[in-house]
Ligand binder design. Structure first.
Ligand SMILES: [Zn+2]
Length: 132
């Protein structure tokens, strides 16, 4: 999941679509007793600005499976999550945005961050589960 920014600029592809499957690392901090079933489907768009800054929006979808946080019955939930526009800049001192080297833009960190944000606080077997 690398965007080759210089190559895209050379092709005049200043904006476009992103689509790939992502296999999260085993040590990703998920809800207790839960895992991601299969991979994470990542889609999105990018736009390259004049100064080399790149705006990326990501849409994640995946299935979270595991045990209900309340009653421990089997549970699963299809998660769909869209990020706000994320800005990638080449200024290493910019703490508010993602930084890249102006050439190869690695989306891994942004995807992991979005994955962590996208998780529900609990996974339930049923919306009405009271844990009995
Ligand atoms: Zn339950």
């Amino acid at each position: 999941m690398i965007l080759e920014i210089k190559k895209l600029m050379a092709k005049g592809a200043y904006s476009g679509e992103i689509s790939f499957d992502y296999q999260p690392p085993q040590d990703l901090n998920l809800l207790p007793l839960c895992k991601i079933d299969g991979g994470v489907k990542v889609e999105g768009t990018y736009e390259i600005f004049d100064g080399g800054e790149v705006e990326v929006t990501l849409k994640l979808s995946y299935k979270l499976v595991g045990q209900c946080s309340y009653c421990l019955a089997d549970a699963e939930e299809q998660i769909e999550y869209s990020t706000e526009p994320l800005l990638f800049v080449t200024d290493k001192d910019d703490a508010d945005n993602y930084v890249y080297d102006g050439n190869r833009l690695d989306l891994s960190q942004a995807v992991v961050d979005a994955l962590l944000f996208s998780q529900p606080e609990v996974l339930l077997c049923d919306n009405g589960c009271k844990g009995e």
